[in-house]
Unconditional design. Structure first.
Length: 223
């Protein structure tokens, strides 16, 4: 009998299963690795894009310095529509939507998303990348998760924890229930684990979900 895969173990019912389970990962090193490829693509769905903005700065700087030389960059960001009422974030005292919260988040999201768009377009305009595009579309209310698809072959996924804190609205402190993007633990899935594996299927389904949302109910963000 052949030796069992060293990652396999026997479950209580006698079925062999893989021991390896998904574990939280940091996004930044994986984003940096994506830019070492000839063609770079990143799809993001989430709240504000703040984490993506932070993770993408170093590789973009490396392209400007000539340390990285991808031929193409495609970035698509799907963020919530701030013109619609939300069920989160909401006022803590009555759990109701507050336009001032949405206005605050619009400023945050716009700052990070637009900075990414401008940086990518600058690389294209300076001729540092042959083809480069970054686009933002809006859809519904904030999702309860964040999703990154890297070069079509890897996915990083995590749920937003909900927490209570004070923000300044109209010059006054106000308690709200918010979603913690920086506190979201991301889990890594890859097609390299096998197309029939749970990980590989999750990547394929995530890509299909993103493309479906992007081409149906999402609309172009206009500033």
């Amino acid at each position: 009998m052949q030796a069992l895969d060293r990652h396999a173990a026997k479950s209580a019912d006698g079925v062999f299963v893989r021991e390896r389970t998904a574990r939280p990962v940091g996004l930044r090193p994986h984003i940096e690795q994506a830019f070492k490829k000839r063609d770079v693509s990143i799809e993001f769905a989430g709240f504000s894009g703040e984490t993506l903005h932070g993770a993408i700065q170093e590789p973009l700087d490396s392209i400007r310095a000539g340390r990285l030389v991808p031929e193409s960059i495609t970035i698509r960001m799907l963020v919530p529509d701030t013109s619609r009422p939300w069920s989160l974030p909401v006022l803590a005292d009555n759990l109701e939507d507050e336009p001032l919260i949405r206005k605050r988040m619009e400023r945050i999201s716009s700052r990070h998303a637009q900075a990414i768009v401008d940086s990518v377009q600058e690389l294209r305009d300076f001729g540092l990348v042959k083809a480069a595009s970054a686009e933002v579309r809006i859809n519904g209310e904030p999702p309860r998760f964040k999703l990154y698809v890297r070069n079509g072959k890897e996915v990083f996924f995590g749920f937003y924890p909900v927490f209570k804190h004070n923000v300044t609205l109209a010059g006054e402190p106000q308690a709200i229930y918010d979603m913690g993007g920086k506190d979201a633990e991301l889990f890594h899935f890859a097609v390299s684990d096998g197309g029939d594996s749970t990980s590989g299927q999750f990547v394929n389904q995530s890509r299909m979900w993103f493309d479906n949302m992007w081409t149906t109910v999402a609309s172009v963000l206009r500033r």
